[in-house]
Design a protein around this ligand. Structure first.
Ligand code: ATP
Length: 254
């Protein structure tokens, strides 16, 4: 139905956040409709994680408002978080658990947990069910975190710098998972990255953030079309530099 398709999953209005003398977010407003892949791009310290923490209700809006599924994530954490799959940069899952224990534990948390899908992901990610989390490599841990984020088939998948420090195969898994998730009708993905080449491969919509301000937010196709010069479409990296003055990633990553 038309109205549900255009409904905003995330609605941020006039959000400002300061940490001491640092303004991490400066009057940020965003409206992200359901059913697309949103890439949030910016250099280190631009404000990406701070924005994501507000979406998850881990930070309370000091000024401005945040609504996810039309709800305040701080006032209604269960109502919001049960519908979100989240993979953080730190990926802080308990080290003493085995993969299968973590899967059982997470199943008890999420009413919508899909055990068959979780098992399918475990096999696809080649994770040993008996392995202790603390003994996994960084890439295996990221795959485990991704499994937990995906297996309850969340309406909204939030990935904060999902591929930083990971090898290309894990990155491919992550990108594949993003695509699989949105293939499920009506689901939405918000992921942050400073690897603009990756964002370009999967995002429908790109939001560029610099020093706590949104400098550009539009469908990727629109961004490409409006920056075309003499028939040549610049890369997202080049477009970012044109708007922000510096590159999102300080040095090229493999
Ligand atoms: P990165 O790519 O490095 O993760 P980011 O875009 O996610 O960066 P944020 O983590 O949101 O950036 O940080 C934005 C700014 O706010 C930075 O200047 C950061 O140092 C500051 N900041 C974030 N959290 C805190 C905190 N808890 N205390 C003090 N300053 C903070």
């Amino acid at each position: 139905m038309g109205s549900s398709v255009s409904e905003s999953i995330i609605e941020v209005s006039g959000l400002t956040r300061r940490f001491g003398a640092t303004t991490a977010l400066a009057s940020v407003s965003l409206s992200l409709p359901r059913g697309a892949v949103y890439g949030l791009v910016g250099a280190n310290g631009a404000g990406k994680t701070t924005l994501i923490k507000h979406v998850l209700g881990l930070l309370r809006a000091e000024s401005g408002t945040v609504r996810v599924f039309g709800r305040d994530p701080v006032a209604d954490p269960v109502g919001v978080l049960s519908r979100i799959g989240y993979l953080s940069e730190e990926n802080d899952i308990p080290g003493w658990m085995r993969v299968e224990e973590l899967m059982r534990y997470s199943r008890a948390f999420y009413p919508a947990w899909d055990a068959a899908y979780a098992e399918e992901l475990r096999q696809a990610f080649a994770l040993d069910p008996a392995a202790k989390i603390r003994n996994l490599s960084k890439g295996q841990r990221a795959r485990t975190g991704l499994l937990i984020a995906l297996a309850h088939r969340p309406e909204l998948l939030v990935l904060d710098e999902p591929s930083s420090g990971l090898d290309p195969i894990v990155r491919r898994d992550i990108l594949g998972a993003i695509i699989r998730t949105i293939a499920d009708e009506g689901r939405t993905v918000l992921f942050s990255s400073h690897l603009l080449g990756e964002v370009e491969q999967v995002a429908d919509h790109v939001t560029m953030i610099s020093q706590g301000r949104i400098v550009l937010s539009a469908p990727l196709e629109e961004i490409r079309a409006s920056h075309r010069v003499d028939g040549r479409v610049p890369s997202l990296d080049e477009i970012f530099v044109a708007h922000v003055g510096t590159a999102a990633a300080p040095s090229p990553e493999a």
